[in-house]
Write a protein that binds this ligand. Structure first.
Ligand SMILES: CC(C)(COP(=O)(O)OP(=O)(O)OC[C@H]1O[C@@H](n2cnc3c(N)ncnc32)[C@H](O)[C@@H]1OP(=O)(O)O)[C@@H](O)C(=O)NCCC(=O)NCCS
Length: 147
């Protein structure tokens, strides 16, 4: 199968929206996914890539800069999803390898990822790519009220 990994374009909004919804469980309006993609495409601290097979977008990865004061700069994978019928053919590895290339090119020390505990595919997948398990964390959130 011929796979093409390329930078995301605005016209990729719908397949990315569907992957976020169906594979990652995020129910976020498509119009807002589109405006996020539009903004991120112009920012050097975000990388959005898609995997195309048979002329169709079947997977994507989003990574961004992770630059805490207490550690060297890293890249952080925020989202990665491949359509079920295109899994186990190396697309996920290709997308993560492209983020590793971006990390090397920009002088980052490595790549990190926070994976959901019920994403068992993801846990095995990252270990098979040489990622080391660090720790399990709690995540907190506070949504701000709009005036
Ligand atoms: C995790 C996920 C992105 C992996 O994508 P993928 O395209 O299937 O990944 P790959 O094909 O590169 O690797 C997956 C497995 O297939 C194997 N594989 C790769 N190429 C292969 C091939 N040509 N033939 C057979 N197996 C192959 C890999 O060795 C790997 O094995 P492992 O799971 O035992 O480590 C995908 O399962 C997914 O979208 N899951 C739902 C969302 C998710 O969990 N996202 C990550 C959360 S952070």
């Amino acid at each position: 199968m011929n796979i093409n990994i390329r930078r995301c374009m605005i016209s990729d909004t719908h397949p990315i929206y569907e992957l976020c919804h169906a594979e990652l469980g995020y129910d976020f309006p498509e119009a807002q996914v589109e405006s996020n993609i539009r903004r991120m495409m112009g920012e050097a601290n975000n990388l959005l890539l898609v995997a195309e097979a048979r002329g169709e977008v079947v997977g994507f990865i989003h990574a961004h800069n992770h630059e805490p004061v207490y550690a060297p700069p890293m890249k952080s994978v925020v989202a990665l999803a491949i359509k079920p019928e295109f899994r186990k053919q190396g697309l996920g590895h290709m997308l993560v390898a492209s983020v590793e290339d971006w990390a090397r090119e920009t002088g980052a020390a490595g790549v990190r990822v926070n994976s959901n505990e019920n994403m068992n595919d993801g846990l095995r997948f990252y270990k098979s790519m040489g990622f080391e398990y660090i720790k399990t964390q709690y995540n907190f959130r506070k949504m701000l009220k709009k005036d």
